[in-house]
Design a protein around this ligand. Structure first.
Ligand code: 6PG
Length: 510
C-alpha cells in the first residue's frame, strides 16, 4: 500500500459497518487513522469514502495490510480501537497484536458487544502485554458515523487518554433542554453540549451497562411491537394508519428513536409489490445474545426483570414459526370482536398509556439490575450519568431519559425508578388505561407478554403482601426449608413437623 509516512493518532481494526463509520467520525474530528481489516476490500472502501467526503488533498485514513504495518504507522504509546465481533475474534486480534510487537503501555479499546466477564478476564490475561480498555458503542451505523453513545470502562490512566477523543466523537445533548444536538453531515462536528460519553467504572462495568442498555432495548422494541399487533389485529388498522398513530405519539411522552424508526418501517412499501413491507417480513425474530445475557444476569443477581426476559422469550417464541402455524389450527381462542369508532379511539388512548407505563417498568428493571450488579461487583455506578449518556446517540434514546436523569439527580440512591415521585405519579394516573388495554388484548386473544409482565411487575412491586407465605409453607412441607413468622421477631426460623399427628410449629435454633 502506498501512503505518507506520517504517524497516525489512532489505529483501527475491523472495518465493518460500525468500524468504517467510527473511523470516518474520528477523522471528521481531526484524528488521523491507521486502518486495518482482514479484508483489503474493506480497507480500500474506507479510504475511498474518506477521499470522497474529505475536502482536502491530505488523506485522513491510512490503509494498512498487516498488524505490524499498523503498529509502525502509529504514534507511541499506541492507541488501537477494535471493532470486531464479540468472543473469539477479540482474542484473535489481541494475540495477533502481541505477535506484531504491541507494548505494555499501549492501549487497546474493545468497542464490540463483548460479554462483560470476558472483558474482565481479558484485562487480567493481557495486563503484561498491553492495557485493555473497553468502550461499548450504541447507535448503529448512523450513530457510529455522526455521534454514538459511548460506555467506556477500565484503567483511569487509559480513560485520561481516551476521554477527549470519545467526547469529541460522541453524540451531544443540549445541557438545558436535554435534547440531542443534530449532526448528520460528513465533515460536521459539534463542540457544544454535553457529550454522551462518560466513564462508567473498572473493566467490565461499561460492557455490563451496555448489556443492560440492550436488555432495555429488547423490552422497548417488544412493547412497541405488541402495541402494533393490538392495533393491527384488534382494531384492524392498516400499517399507514398505525404509522400515523405512532407518529402522533412520537411527538409526546413516547418520543423515542425506536418509535420514530417504527413509523418509517410501517410506512415502507415493498419496491416490487408496492404493498406494506412489514406485512411481507417473516415474523421470526433474530437475536445476538445481549438481551439473553441481561435476563441471565437478572436471574443471577436476583433482580426481577420480567419484561426484559419476556422480550427475549417473545423473540424465541416467534422463531417457532412452523409450530405456531400448526398450533394456530389446533388450539382455540376468542375471535376478534369489532368495535365502534368511539371505542376504537378509546382503545388507542389506553394503549398509549399502556406503552408508557410498561416502558417505565422496563427501565425500572434495567436500572435496578445495574444497582444490584454494582453492589455485587463492587463498582460505583453513577446512574444519573448513565441516563444522561443514553439521552442521545444510542438505540434507546428518548425524551423519557431526561426524566430518568432528573430522578437520579434528585436521589442518587434511588433503589427503583418506581419509587421516584414523578414516575409514581405517572403510573398512578395511567395504570387503569394500562389494565384496560391488556384486557382488550386478552379478550381478543392477542398476546401482550411484555405489556402484561410489566403490569404484573408493577402490581407485585406495589403489593405489601404477596402469596410467598403459602410458598414458604409448601417448601417447609416437602423440604423442611423453614419459614419466618409475621408475629415473631425477624430472622427467627420455624418449622412444622408435618409428618407427626400434632403438626407442632417449632422454633429452629440458629
Ligand atoms: C446498539 C445495538 C447494537 C446491536 C444489537 C442488536 O446499541 O447499537 O443494541 O448493539 O444492534 O446487538 O442486537 P440483536 O441482534 O440481539 O437484536
Amino acid at each position: 500500500m502506498t501512503q505518507d509516512k506520517l504517524l497516525c493518532d489512532i489505529g483501527f481494526i475491523g472495518l465493518g459497518v460500525m468500524g468504517k463509520n467510527l473511523v470516518l467520525n474520528l477523522a471528521d474530528n481531526g484524528y488521523n487513522i491507521a486502518a486495518f481489516d482482514l479484508s483489503d476490500e474493506k480497507v480500500q472502501a474506507v479510504i475511498a469514502q474518506d477521499k470522497q467526503e474529505n475536502n482536502t488533498t491530505t488523506p485522513r485514513v491510512y490503509g494498512c495490510s498487516s498488524y505490524t504495518e499498523l503498529l509502525s504507522q502509529l504514534k507511541a504509546p499506541h492507541l488501537i480501537v477494535l471493532s470486531v465481533p464479540a468472543g473469539a475474534p477479540v482474542d484473535q486480534v489481541c494475540e495477533n497484536l502481541i505477535g506484531a510487537g504491541i507494548q505494555p503501555d499501549d492501549i487497546i479499546i474493545d468497542t464490540g458487544n463483548s460479554l462483560w466477564v470476558d472483558t474482565v478476564a481479558r484485562e487480567k490475561k493481557y495486563k503484561n502485554n498491553f492495557l485493555l480498555f473497553s468502550s461499548a458503542v450504541s447507535g448503529g451505523e448512523v450513530g457510529a458515523r455522526f455521534g454514538p453513545s459511548l460506555m467506556p470502562s477500565g484503567a483511569p490512566y487509559a480513560w485520561a487518554r481516551v476521554k477527549p477523543i470519545w467526547e469529541a466523537i460522541s453524540a451531544k445533548v443540549d445541557a438545558v433542554t436535554g435534547k440531542p444536538i443534530e449532526r448528520n453531515q460528513p465533515g460536521q462536528t459539534v463542540d457544544t453540549g454535553e457529550p454522551c460519553a462518560a466513564y462508567i467504572g473498572p473493566a467490565g462495568a461499561g460492557h455490563y451497562v451496555k448489556m443492560v442498555h440492550n436488555g432495555i432495548e429488547y423490552a422497548d422494541m417488544q412493547i412497541i411491537c405488541e402495541a402494533y399487533h393490538v392495533l393491527r389485529i384488534g382494531l384492524g388498522l392498516s400499517c399507514d394508519e398505525i404509522a400515523d398513530i405512532f407518529e402522533h405519539w412520537n411527538n409526546g411522552l413516547l418520543d423515542s428513536y425506536l418509535m420514530e424508526i417504527s413509523v418509517e418501517v410501517l410506512r415502507q412499501k415493498s419496491s416490487d409489490t408496492n404493498t406494506a413491507l412489514v406485512d411481507l417480513i417473516l415474523d421470526k425474530a433474530g437475536q445476538k445474545g445481549t438481551g439473553l445475557w441481561t435476563a441471565m444476569s437478572s436471574l443471577e443477581v436476583g433482580c426481577p426483570a420480567p419484561t426484559i426476559a419476556q422480550a427475549v422469550y417473545a423473540r424465541s417464541i416467534s422463531s417457532f414459526k412452523e409450530l405456531r402455524e400448526q398450533a394456530s389450527k389446533d388450539l382455540s381462542g376468542p375471535t376478534v370482536v369489532s368495535v365502534s369508532k368511539e371505542e376504537s379511539q378509546a382503545i388507542i388512548e389506553q394503549l398509549h398509556d399502556a406503552i408508557y407505563c410498561a416502558k417505565i417498568c422496563a427501565y425500572a428493571q434495567g436500572f435496578q439490575l445495574m444497582k444490584l450488579a454494582e453492589k455485587e461487583h463492587g463498582w460505583t455506578l453513577d446512574f444519573a450519568s448513565i441516563a444522561k449518556i443514553w439521552r442521545a446517540g444510542c438505540i434507546i434514546r428518548a425524551v423519557f431519559l431526561q426524566s430518568i436523569t432528573e430522578a437520579f439527580t434528585r436521589n442518587e440512591n434511588l433503589d427503583n425508578l418506581l419509587l421516584d415521585k414523578f414516575f409514581a405519579e405517572q403510573l398512578s394516573e395511567r395504570h387503569v388505561n394500562w389494565r384496560k388495554s391488556i384486557c382488550f388484548a386478552t379478550m381478543n386473544g392477542i398476546p401482550t407478554g411484555a405489556l402484561s409482565s410489566a403490569l404484573a411487575y408493577y402490581d407485585s412491586m406495589r403489593a405489601a403482601v404477596l402469596p410467598a407465605n403459602l410458598l414458604q409453607g409448601q417448601r417447609d412441607f416437602f423440604g423442611a426449608h423453614t419459614f419466618e413468622r409475621v408475629d415473631k421477631p425477624a430472622g427467627k426460623k420455624y418449622h412444622v413437623e408435618w409428618s407427626s399427628d400434632e403438626r407442632k410449629t417449632i422454633l429452629i435454633d440458629d
